[in-house]
Design a protein around this ligand. Structure first.
Ligand code: ZN
Length: 371
């Protein structure tokens, strides 16, 4: 997520804090230390309230993180990569590398989060039972038990993309056998739930609880956006279903000789023809791929001495696709390898190139023509 700071890695997954997190962390600590705890447990020194408030707030975000790790653990066990975990204003978000392969996997990944939160609620509840005589410890524990229980229940609301919505999608998927259709049904249901939140928020404001109402409407607005985005994604899938790499690749991609020095490449091909990516091939066999990225890594004064084949990426380190692969799968592959283009090959014969830009162009033209 943009605007976030990576603070740690768990199971190889980068954990990020979005800048909005700091704001919410401050707000929660402050409202606990300045309102909730003094009201319920009067008579402590001010510094104790501050410390207990900050500790409870930290443990709350720790709980959100563990909830997300619950999803991630099940995903990883099912060979689904998790690109990153980010904590932000509404809690946590896990960037899942690809769609779950089956309704069963989807169901297990989705339910793992709320179950983790329920487990945490139990743990904090037990801690509260054991420390009831020490109020400064027991007070945050019972608060954390309640908030984790709330988190579990809130996430079980069947509004996609909440966990409950994903559970719902898995059920529809199993029932209809179509992932696309299930996503569409779940997204529409998600939007209805979101509008429900907004309506309830407005009602709450009218009844006099302004802050609570605005907050509820805000959550509804956020859910509505997320559901609409999922719907758009599902439509893209629909649009691209059955489309293969062969439809969107270019066959006339520029090939250059391996012994070409970089200064001539830049002069003739990059500046002259506006190209950014080159294939190095010997009578049809792929020897390597070169992009502006590698060129930029060489200091400018050495461009006269360095040859193209000295800095190209060799085939064994390249991610390639075949023309028969479906376009969505190819896009996921590009995402996983973090590249903007891939050579299209059949065996060791080079057929062309596929770039993100081309895929976007292809999608736009299809949508424009209403195909
Ligand atoms: Zn979750």
């Amino acid at each position: 997520m943009q605007g976030s700071l990576t603070i740690a890695r768990v199971w190889g997954i980068p954990i990020g804090l979005h800048f909005s997190w700091f704001l919410v962390f401050g707000l929660i600590s402050w409202s606990l230390a300045g309102g909730y705890f003094p009201e319920k447990y009067p008579g402590w020194p001010v510094t104790t309230y501050a410390l207990v408030g900050a500790a409870a707030s930290l443990l709350f975000f720790g709980s959100v993180l563990v909830h997300e790790l619950g999803h991630s653990w099940v995903a990883l066990r099912n060979a689904i990569p998790i690109r990153s975990l980010t904590l932000f204003v509404f809690g946590g978000i896990a960037q899942i590398g690809r769609d779950p392969g089956s309704p069963g996997v989807e169901f297990r990944i989705a339910i793992a989060g709320p179950l983790t939160s329920l487990g945490l609620a139990g743990l904090f509840g037990t801690a509260w039972l054991l420390t009831r005589d020490v109020a400064v410890v027991a007070a945050p524990m019972i608060w954390l038990a309640r908030i984790n229980l709330t988190l579990a229940l809130f996430n079980l609301i069947p509004g996609f993309p909440l966990d409950g919505g994903r559970v719902f999608r898995a059920v529809v998927w199993r029932w209809t056998g179509s992932f696309h259709q299930a996503t569409q049904v779940a997204s529409v249901t998600g939007q209805i739930v979101a509008f429900g939140f907004i309506g309830l928020g407005v009602l709450t404001v009218l009844r006099g609880n302004v802050l609570g109402g605005v907050w509820m409407a805000f959550i509804g607005w956020f859910l509505q956006n997320a559901a609409a985005a999922s719907y758009a994604q599902a439509s893209l899938r629909e649009l691209l279903s059955g489309v293969t790499v062969a439809h969107a690749m270019t066959r006339d991609c520029p090939r250059v000789a391996g012994d070409l020095p970089l200064d001539r490449l830049v002069q003739e091909e990059v500046l002259g023809k506006g190209r950014r990516c080159f294939l190095i091939a010997d009578d049809g066999h792929l020897r390597g791929l070169l992009t502006l990225h590698e060129v930029k890594a060489v200091p400018r004064e050495r461009w006269g001495q360095v040859r193209v084949d000295e800095i190209m990426t060799r085939p064994d380190r390249l991610t390639t696709v075949t023309p028969q692969e479906d376009l969505l799968g190819a896009l996921a592959k590009m995402d996983d390898a973090n590249v903007a283009q891939m050579p299209v090959v059949a065996g060791d014969e080079l057929l062309g190139m596929l770039s993100r830009e081309q895929v976007l162009h292809y999608v736009r033209v299809r949508a424009e023509l209403g195909i």
